[in-house]
Design a protein around this ligand. Structure first.
Ligand code: PLP
Length: 371
């Protein structure tokens, strides 16, 4: 148990009806069929149905989902992939891992999501794909992203790690692109009890290639047709994920209700919120507030027992790992400003009204004292 009055997450609370899951794990342990098998296939089918996607392939992390999806789609050396600098490191790292070059663009100051005009301006004759990120749980406008991709004949890939269940228009994210890449790491809205990931797809051929890639490129025992990886969704994690999947929409509704409570209570203070979400388009993986007084607010909240956190304090393009991209401070001003001015308030489905009140009171007191 943490000592925080309001922790950042509450992983154990995400196991409703644990008594029905434990026997399934027991059966698996007794059967000894630990790699792939029926639990993985069943979760893949359930997850594709949930999304409204044609196929889903379970892998061992969100990072591998990005890497193997790009590999399966034929992205490699000489190719450029346009994506947004406002994301977790793995988004652009994966592009480098397949031998391609990430072209990082700025984000929109209101939605915090990829600036599609900047993405359009970054297209060259080497651009192979547009990789959008549904950051903090908010869906990118997929109709606009698809129009841009179609205009330039680009593959369209989604980093869906933070947005399970979110809609863009009338479709869930990850259901209608060349690849939707999912993480089920423990902090995610649909979380395994460890590492796990998946790719959702619409093309059968890419799906088959991905299934080969995740399993040593093996078509049958000792027959390796392509150079693959070892990146299968762990069978025990598939049981955990199938157990939780039916609860995701209810958890999202609670997340939205908490976000609405924050917006209602804090809306008159000198802070900004991530803007632009229509109905069902935000599943609030994280709740962002923006203020030039960010560092002081963060220290105040943490001293007050609220485990607020900054995502992401150093933008990807300014990390030493991406020095080769030669992007200097000042080149992506919106991302850099958000990195200086935003923090996340705790938000998780089992949060109590008393905890919401504690966070809000802390924010209110900070601004009362700073005036
Ligand atoms: C936006 C984003 N992309 C990719 C990843 C990578 O996922 P994983 O940690 O499962 O490798 C994460 C989460 O960690 C993420 O938040």
């Amino acid at each position: 148990m943490s000592d925080w009055r309001v922790p950042r997450y509450d992983y154990p609370a995400q196991f409703p009806d644990l008594d029905t899951l434990i026997p399934r794990i027991g059966d698996l342990l007794r059967e000894g069929n630990y790699i792939l098998g029926e639990p993985v296939t069943r979760f893949e089918t359930d997850f594709a149905d949930f999304l409204g996607a044609r196929f889903a392939v379970g892998l061992n992390s969100g990072t591998d989902a990005l890497i193997l999806a790009m590999d399966a789609l034929g992205i490699g050396p000489g190719d450029e992939v346009i994506t947004v600098a406002n994301s977790f490191h793995a988004t652009a790292m994966s592009v480098v891992r397949v031998g391609a070059t990430p072209v990082l663009v700025d984000c929109d100051p209101d939605t915090h999501l990829i600036d599609l005009d900047a993405a359009a301006a970054a297209v060259t004759d080497r651009t192979k794909a547009l990789l959008v990120v549904h950051l903090f749980g908010q869906a990118v406008n997929m109709r606009a992203a698809r129009a841009l991709a179609d205009r330039h004949d680009l593959l369209l890939i989604e980093d869906c790690a933070q947005a399970v269940g979110a809609y863009s228009g009338d479709r869930r994210v990850g259901s209608d692109s060349d690849a939707g890449c999912w993480s089920f790491a423990p902090s995610k809205n649909l979380a395994a009890a460890g590492d796990a990931g998946a790719v959702s797809l619409r093309a059968e051929e890419t799906t088959q290639r991905l299934r080969l890639l995740r399993h040593f490129g093996q078509v049958a025992q000792n027959e390796h047709h392509v150079l693959g990886y070892n990146s299968r969704l762990d069978t025990m994690q598939a049981l955990v994920l199938a157990h939780k999947l039916p609860h995701v929409d209810a958890w999202s509704r609670r997340r939205v209700a908490i976000a609405e409570a924050y917006r209602a209570r804090l809306g008159s203070l000198p802070i900004r919120f991530q803007a632009g979400a229509g109905d069902r388009e935000h599943v609030y993986h994280l709740f962002q507030v923006q203020t030039p007084l960010r560092d002081d607010l963060l220290a105040h909240l943490r001293a007050d027992g609220t485990d607020a956190v900054v995502r992401y304090p150093v933008p990807m393009h300014l990390q030493p790992a991406f020095a080769d991209l030669k992007l200097a401070a000042g080149e992506l001003p919106v991302v850099e400003r958000l990195a200086r001015e935003t923090l996340c308030l705790p938000l998780f489905p089992s949060m109590t009204d008393a905890q919401i009140d504690h966070v809000c009171t802390g924010v209110e007191r900070f601004f009362a004292g700073s005036r």
